[in-house]
Design a protein around this ligand. Structure first.
Ligand code: CP3
Length: 335
């Protein structure tokens, strides 16, 4: 059995592996008592900017479950928050920008990202993580897609896009350009692969996705330095969007739990890997035995498919019992 890092990268390269690698979106966070303990002592935004806490929180799920991938603890809203948009995190309500942008001209108030100056804590944490996990896990960097980030930084993204498509595209282009700079810095700091979270892509129709999301993800992928690491694209409610997702240049498509894996397998063809897609509500509610059964069913559907990464169809829900997460990881790893 190869080490977890090799296993993960082999699967990204669509090689047939002895078993699929496994990790969970949002594995670093509130379902873990050790995260909640740190969180009781620190504000969320303070944790995002502290290199020791970033490394510690990223390692918490790995120490407990030994999944094959470690995703760095951060947030898709970090870029706008360090480029001049004040981000507030209200307890119980989540992140909110004090002054969302409302017109193309507002972009003039934002600076270009300078990673060494603006996010040194993240880069230092990545280097520390790389050192700590060695080949025992793949290190996963990430960012939000331009469409999904725009949905948070714009006042009324949906209305703006219809009213003034040209200036809204300037916002998407701005996010794409900062994301290239950001992910390039993550690559230099030692990540093995990248995931782009397009969590809100599913609100678009196939034609809209081709206009408002896919081209800007493609801009990012094409803008990364070569050799480019594997890139996973996650879309929630991905079922109608598999075709345009293939046009983004991403290597692995991460599908929501509403998407049938067998159908996805046929639809994506030979060129793409697949990631997913156990329902996080099942992980939250079911017993460990039921989770083992559901996970085995999922694995059976992907048997013989070179390029499969076991994961959920969206992030771990905050109140998910740790025994359930353990049952999921163990079931994949015991094959
Ligand atoms: O996957 C991981 O474990 C790495 C860390 C990570 C976080 N956010 C930490 C976090 C990642 C990959 C994200 C991505 C993210 N952030 C997305 C895309 C993925 C998704 O879930 O759809 C989005 C849309 C965001 C923006 C965001 N951050 C929201 C809407 C919220 C509030 C809702 C929620 O899930 O809490 C956050 C807060 C957030 N990001 C927390 C964590 C651990 C919870 C903070 C806390 O209260 O302790």
């Amino acid at each position: 059995m190869p080490n977890s890092r090799t296993l993960f990268l082999d699967a990204c390269g669509r090689k047939k592996t002895a078993r699929p690698p496994v990790w969970l979106m949002r594995q670093a966070g509130r379902h873990l008592p050790e995260y909640r303990e740190l969180r009781a002592r620190h504000h969320f935004l303070e944790m995002l900017a502290d290199e020791k806490l970033i490394a510690e929180i990223s390692l918490q799920p790995w120490r407990r479950y030994r999944m094959d991938g470690v995703i760095v603890f951060s947030d898709i809203l970090l870029i706008p928050s360090v480029c001049g948009m004040e981000l507030k995190f209200l307890e119980g309500q989540g992140p909110k920008f004090s002054k969302p942008i409302a017109a193309g001209d507002d972009l003039k108030m934002l600076k270009e990202l300078e990673p060494k100056k603006d996010v040194p804590f993240l880069l230092n944490a990545l280097r520390a993580l790389r050192e700590e996990i060695k080949d025992n896990a793949a290190l996963i960097g990430f960012a939000g897609s331009p469409w999904t980030v725009a949905s948070y930084i714009c006042a009324d993204a949906a209305g703006w896009r219809k009213r003034e498509p040209a200036s809204f595209k300037k916002v998407l282009d701005w996010v794409a350009r900062q994301t290239i700079i950001y992910l390039t810095a993550q690559m230099k700091a030692g990540v093995d692969l990248l995931q782009i979270f397009d969590s809100w892509g599913g609100v678009l129709s196939e034609a809209e996705y081709r206009e408002w999301s896919a081209p800007f993800i493609r801009q990012i992928v094409e803008g990364l330095p070569r050799p480019k690491p594997p890139v996973i694209l996650y879309v929630r409610d991905s079922a109608p969007l598999l075709a345009p997702m293939r046009e983004t240049g991403c290597d692995i498509l991460s599908v929501g739990w509403e998407t049938d894996l067998t159908e996805a397998r046929t639809a994506v063809g030979e060129k793409f890997g697949l990631q997913g897609n156990l329902n996080p509500h099942i992980l939250f509610q079911a017993t460990p035995e039921e989770i083992r059964r559901e996970t085995e069913n999922m694995l059976k559907r992907m048997e013989g498919f070179g390029g499969y990464i076991a994961n959920l169809g969206h992030g771990v829900l905050p109140k998910t019992p740790v025994e359930n997460v353990a049952a999921f990881v163990e079931t994949v790893q015991k094959i």
